[in-house]
Design a protein around this ligand. Structure first.
Ligand SMILES: [Cu+2]
Length: 441
């Protein structure tokens, strides 16, 4: 009898256990692919993001690291967060870009290179009013990467008014921020390389609705300066005649008939090269590996090639940067090392806005980082100590230092390092244990 009862009780108990083990997980497991409801208020989230309260501040390169401009915040009738920004384009700006007296003849968004870091949350309605100062000579625009209507793309193709804002005019770009990630923004008026190199660019962070794991965050934008603006002017397609073979069928074009002006331009180019080499003896410019083959224009400073001018096909790199930086000023973080703590995770939003050199990179010493390409995924793509970025590339780095000490971070192109793109982390604290291959997050 006892045994029968015991058996009965045991079978009831086991069926309860089986049922509960079947039903319990279904009640509690989150549904994959669904983002939980936004638990955090906009105000709380903006605090976590370290949003600045000084929206009109011109951050110094040191302040730029943690200057996150989240705009003027309001709500629309549906309760959606609206963020409004104003970017003023000014030409004739003199921006100090080194500790050795180099001043760049710049065009700026809100008076700094890079422009302010714009920070919003996925789903926010974003309005960015761009004012082209009436003292300027050129049209400008604001092209944001990310998803939006063509009319707010900041490109003149298609005849949209926001594609080219005349001096003295303004345009308000409007879009719903999506998807989350880190993006460049820049002027997109031709010649684009010039408008970018002059300084009209910055970073936009679209945060996910649910905050990323909390850690100390920094913005780092990689750039360069073509200081002498040596080939400033319109970039045009070279005439087709330049590529036709001669009657002898010479494919190299060495026997091609040249106009006088072409010859004189070539002479000028050679003279310029010699001059720049002589005046720059200590620079590594001549050791640079130039990857691109670009088309030179006429070299005519008037910017309007006279009739009969035939641009040459120049296999030398005609544009070059004399100074490379992170956040706008050469060796800024060598002069002002960034203080970090061992065992503390850090996140860097990284954007490469270098012109003329096709490849840039970011290398840290003494630690590895998790890298999230474009910041559009929660899963890192790889764990490494160097990431290579082409023009406009960007991503998010997360890392933790195990040991204290002074560590370099720099481009792994050594010539960029020598010309300004180098900084130091001053890592303090006791050594900590990190699990193997641990990213610290
Ligand atoms: Cu422009």
């Amino acid at each position: 009898m006892f045994r029968q009862n015991a058996y009965f009780i045991a079978s009831v108990l086991s069926s309860i256990l089986i049922f509960s083990s079947l039903s319990f997980p279904f009640l509690t497991l989150p549904v994959f692919g669904q983002v939980p409801a936004n638990h955090i208020s906009q105000e709380q989230y903006d605090k976590i993001k370290n949003c600045t309260t000084e929206l009109s501040k011109k951050p110094t390169p040191v302040e730029y690291l943690t200057y996150f401009n989240c705009g003027h915040v309001s709500k629309d009738e549906t309760g959606r967060t609206v963020r409004q920004f104003t970017l003023i384009v000014e030409e004739n700006q003199k921006i100090p870009i080194s500790y050795e007296g180099h001043v760049f003849d710049a065009w700026t968004f809100n008076g700094t290179i890079p422009g302010p870091t714009i920070r919003v949350t996925e789903g926010d309605l974003v309005r960015i009013r761009v004012i082209n100062s009436n003292e300027n000579e050129n049209p400008h625009s604001l092209h944001m990467h990310s998803i939006h209507y063509a009319k707010n793309d900041g490109v003149s193709m298609g005849g949209y008014p926001g594609g080219a804002i005349s001096p003295g005019r303004s345009y308000t770009y409007e879009f719903v921020a999506q998807p989350y990630g880190v993006y460049p923004y820049h002027c997109h008026v031709d010649p684009i390389a010039d408008h970018i190199n002059r300084g009209l660019y910055g970073m936009m962070i679209i945060d996910p609705k649910e905050p990323r794991p909390q850690m100390t965050e920094m913005a780092m934008l990689l750039n360069g300066y073509d200081l002498d603006l040596d080939e400033e002017g319109p970039v045009k397609l070279p005439p087709a005649a330049l590529f036709q073979t001669t009657e002898q069928g010479d494919p190299t074009g060495e026997n091609m008939t040249m106009t006088n002006s072409t010859v004189s331009n070539q002479t000028d180019a050679v003279t310029n090269m010699t001059a720049s080499t002589n005046s720059n003896e200590t620079s590594n410019e001549t050791n640079m590996t130039h990857i691109s083959t670009t088309m030179d224009h006429t070299g005519d400073d008037s910017g309007e090639g006279s009739t009969g001018d035939v641009p040459k096909l120049d296999t030398e790199e005609p544009r070059g940067n004399e100074i490379y930086t992170v956040n706008g000023k050469a060796f800024e973080y060598m002069m002002n090392p960034i203080v970090l703590q061992t065992g503390t995770p850090y996140r860097i939003y990284l954007v490469n806005m270098l012109e003329f050199d096709l490849v840039n990179s970011f290398h840290i010493h003494g630690a590895l980082f998790n890298y999230y390409t474009a910041g559009t995924d929660e899963t890192p793509d790889y764990n490494t100590d160097i990431v290579t970025l082409s023009q406009g590339d960007r991503g998010i780095m997360e890392f933790t230092y195990q040991y204290p000490g002074t560590y370099m971070f720099h481009a792994h192109q050594a010539e960029f390092t020598d010309l300004g793109w180098m900084g130091l982390f001053d890592v303090r604290g006791e050594p900590v244990e990190l699990p193997p291959h641990h990213d610290g997050t």
